[in-house]
Design a protein around this ligand. Structure first.
Ligand SMILES: C[S@@+](CC[C@H](N)C(=O)[O-])C[C@H]1O[C@@H](n2cnc3c(N)ncnc32)[C@H](O)[C@@H]1O
Length: 281
């Protein structure tokens, strides 16, 4: 990925410096900050054709209940600048990620009984395909139409059904308490003072269900900031756990060696922060 001259918002500009900033070592103490994008605290809705490689449905992003009836392909709900920035990153390469499911997801989900799963920031769909193949009823949400088109193509090629949602997490109007598993693997979710993204992640989990939130460990904040990227602008496991109350049980909250798929951007990251919390009621 590379910097773009079009002037994307500061907080979106430099997710890539994670590559340079990663160091093995301690976890994160992420201070709360002011609004990352105060000019973006509003609803956006526009449309975008995301490609023709497969059936990209958008059956819950518009606030309607999930159904088997596809909404118009490419209906997008979210910040157009966010979508455009990630579209540019994906369009830079024919394939950005490894094409294989994330190791932490495989490790944590293998023991779970398949039910409804939400894959947040599904990227090119390797996790969604793996989950669907394992018997999960998969809803996969993503801001990039370029990535979604690739993901839908992979699912189509595998003969698998996935409900695709072209939306930003906090604007997607997800049905509350509806997913047995909410999986967020290295999500690039911007923080806001009201912790909107964290609250949406937690609210989507059904009673008895699990939120699995995985991120890179050992990001050196100072080095990242020197590269124009501030980790404090993003949601981390620690910012999720801050919101947990007695309705939640922490099953896993640890740093551990990453079981990384070979190849793809980000393959150099050596350790994961893994948060797995269960909603009791
Ligand atoms: C680091 S990538 C990880 C992709 C995938 N989960 C994986 O592990 O390969 C982060 C993804 O989150 C998506 N994303 C960023 N902000 C988002 C938002 N607010 N809502 C939904 N997806 C978002 C990006 O487009 C990108 O595909």
């Amino acid at each position: 990925m590379q910097a773009h001259n079009e002037g994307p918002p500061r907080a979106h500009r430099s997710w890539e410096p994670f590559r340079a900033a990663a160091v093995a070592g301690e976890g994160h103490a992420i201070p709360m900050r002011d609004a990352v994008l105060p000019d973006r605290q509003q609803k956006w809705c526009d449309r975008d054709v995301v490609g023709d490689r497969g059936p990209v449905t958008n059956d819950i992003a518009a606030g309607s209940p999930a159904s088997d009836t596809p909404s118009p392909i490419g209906a997008y709900i979210g910040d157009p600048a966010l979508r455009a920035e990630w579209d540019r990153r994906y369009a830079d390469r024919t394939q950005l990620w490894s094409g294989r499911p994330n190791g932490a997801l495989v490790a944590e989900a293998t023991g779970l009984t398949p039910g409804r799963v939400l894959d947040v920031g599904c990227g090119e769909g390797a996790d969604a395909v793996w989950l669907a193949r394992a018997g999960w009823d998969v809803t996969a949400l993503e801001v990039s139409g370029v990535a979604l088109a690739r993901a839908a193509g992979h699912a189509h090629d595998a003969g698998l059904t996935v409900h695709w949602v072209h939306a930003a997490l906090t604007e997607a109007a997800l049905p509350p308490a509806s997913f047995d598993l909410v999986s967020a693997q290295y999500p690039a979710l911007l923080r806001t003072p009201d912790a909107a993204a964290e609250r949406v992640l937690l609210a989507a989990v059904a009673p008895g269900g699990v939120l699995l939130f995985v991120h890179h460990a050992g990001v050196d904040a100072k080095q990242a900031q020197e590269n124009g990227f501030d980790p404090a602008d993003y949601v981390w496991p620690s910012t999720v756990t801050e919101l947990l109350d007695g309705d939640w049980e922490v099953e896993v909250d640890e740093q551990r060696p990453r079981v990384a798929p070979d190849g793809g951007a980000g393959a150099h990251h050596a350790d994961d922060l893994v948060l797995r919390v269960r909603r009791l009621r």
